[in-house]
Design a binder for this molecule. Structure first.
Ligand code: MTE
Ligand code: MO
Length: 500
């Protein structure tokens, strides 16, 4: 009997919690998706986790780190809701717990960089509804015998309504914010300076190799945003200020009317491990950054540009990489489409030769011309270097590690990269033997990765293959092993293959 009552109370708590979160989701859909309680609390967690935990999350869950975090958050919310239900049996403590959780989430939402005056509303309305429903459920159940089937039915109804409203809220959010519609309405302008056609032979044509240009759907995604910022191109504005003679404001209409260039650029995450897949190559359309900075009139004291996203994330980019003639752009197009929402719609920055965390700000809305000794970007106080030039590297993609192949000629192939320096040689060695030259695929540009191929005469047994690249500066990739933090992993990628 007693057990039954506890179980129903826990269920009442859970059902009220789901309803509270679902309703909060609807209000967040109207206010701002990032103001939803779990998202707001999650964002605070993301911004405050110690560096080692973030590194662990990315290395364990890779690009699924957000799903992992949200799953944990929802499990904690479920446990606390059930606890509130049990406490509510005894007195006011249960409803107070709901109120406290709601207030905490409201505080989190209200103090986010992208917060508005209404950001606390979803959590507060959710908590109020949760308290009311919990109170009603507990009261009705107290007045009934604990094995009454109507009690369970009531819980089920509340739970169902909660889940349904949550789903509606999410959908409503994306619709009402209009980001998808804004993106769908865009017809990318023809660039003034289009990319030359891909040279033939940029792909080695070995089965199992990724395409030279990464389809948008397969492009890796890394960012701190638990809910994708939903901006509309028509409302977008970029402010350029700081150590400049005159501030510049750039609207979407002005951006697309500018002299756009189209370039193939390979982007890579500093968290990419040796042999990792946190990299992609796309054909981007964008407006060069240098003329904008020139128009603003950069003061001599400046040595850095701090770019900020709509959700308050920042990157510190060395000024010289934006003005030395390389194709640093405010990108609006990715492989012939407007930027996908999760890759920074409507505008992001791309700077060839730099890891994403110091250059590739998505949903960019602000460029502050400043100094490295004046401000730190998002990842700097979290244990990453303030500067992040891409390190020369290479990877074996075929055959994959641990596979068995037939003796005889085996196609070994992969990619090598040294953005903005280019790749001049790739070498492979077998079982720590002599380094042997691989054949390079055609070069698209020095700013992209380059495929390579090696015809291996494989004899039966267990073998270890290693790869290393040499860049356009004549520097050969070091075999010294270093982890991704603080400024990019080093070491030779190796695979083990059984030959039968
Ligand atoms: N607004 C914002 N931009 C961001 C980030 C972020 O967390 N927030 N992460 C950066 C990092 S670490 C990388 S590697 C690239 C990844 O870009 P992608 O997700 O389009 O591949 O975006 C960069 N731009
Ligand atoms: Mo990154």
């Amino acid at each position: 009997m007693k057990n039954n009552q506890l179980l129903i109370a826990a269920g009442a708590g859970l059902a009220s919690g789901v309803l509270a979160l679902g309703l909060a989701e609807v209000v967040a859909g109207l206010v701002s998706p990032s103001a939803a309680p779990i998202i707001a609390l999650g964002d605070v967690v993301v911004d405050n986790v110690p560096a080692w935990l973030k590194t662990f999350a990315v290395s364990t869950f890779g690009t699924h780190d957000k799903v992992a975090l949200l799953t944990v958050a929802y499990l904690i919310a479920a446990a606390l809701s059930a606890l509130a239900g049990v406490l509510a049996l005894k007195g006011r403590l249960g409803t107070w717990l709901v109120l406290a959780l709601g207030a905490l989430a409201a505080l989190a939402a209200a103090t986010r960089p992208e917060a508005s005056a209404l950001s606390a509303l979803p959590s507060l309305i959710g908590a109020a509804a949760g308290m009311f429903v919990l109170d009603r459920l507990i009261r009705t159940n107290r007045s009934r015998p604990p094995d009454d089937r109507r009690a369970v039915l009531g819980l089920g109804v509340v739970l169902g309504v909660g889940i349904a409203t949550g789903g509606i809220g999410n959908w409503l959010g994306a619709r009402l914010r209009g980001a998808t519609a804004s993106r769908e309405a865009i017809k990318l302008p023809v660039p003034a300076d289009p990319a030359p056609a891909l040279p033939s032979g940029v792909e080695v044509g070995v089965d199992g190799m990724e395409p030279f240009l990464t389809p948008n759907a397969d492009f890796y995604r890394i960012d701190t945003a638990l809910s994708v910022p939903l901006l509309k191109a028509e409302d977008w504005e970029l402010r350029i200020h700081g150590l400049v003679d005159s501030e510049v404001t750039l609207t979407w209409a002005q951006l697309v009317a500018g002299d756009l260039i189209e370039r193939d650029l390979t982007l890579m995450c500093v968290s990419n491990e040796v042999g990792g897949d946190l990299t992609g190559n796309a054909r981007w359309i964008g407006l060069p950054v240098a003329p904008l900075l020139e128009r603003a009139g950069v003061r001599p004291a400046a040595d850095m540009v701090l770019s900020t996203s709509s959700d308050g994330w920042t990157a510190s980019t060395p000024l010289e990489t934006l003005t030395d003639g390389r194709d640093a752009i405010l990108a609006i197009g990715m492989n012939g489409e407007p930027l996908p929402l999760e890759h920074g719609f409507p505008v992001r920055m791309i700077v060839p030769g730099l890891y994403g965390y110091v250059s590739a700000t998505k949903w960019v809305v602000d460029l502050e011309v400043t100094r490295f000794d004046a401000v730190e970007a998002y990842w700097t106080p979290r244990g990453w270097s303030e500067r992040g030039p891409v390190k020369t590297g290479s990877r074996i993609d075929v055959p994959s590690n641990g596979t068995t192949v037939d003796a005889g000629k085996v196609a070994v192939a992969g990619i090598a990269w040294a953005q903005h320096r280019g790749i001049t040689a790739v070498e492979v060695r077998v079982n720590e033997g002599a380094w042997q030259p691989a054949t390079l695929a055609a070069e698209d540009s020095v700013d992209t990765w380059r495929q390579w191929y090696f015809a291996w005469e494989a004899s039966s047994g267990e073998h270890r293959l290693q790869v290393r690249a040499t860049d356009g500066d004549g520097m050969t990739q070091t075999g010294d092993e270093a982890p991704p933090a603080p400024d990019g992993a080093t070491g030779w990628h190796e695979i083990n293959v059984s030959v039968r």
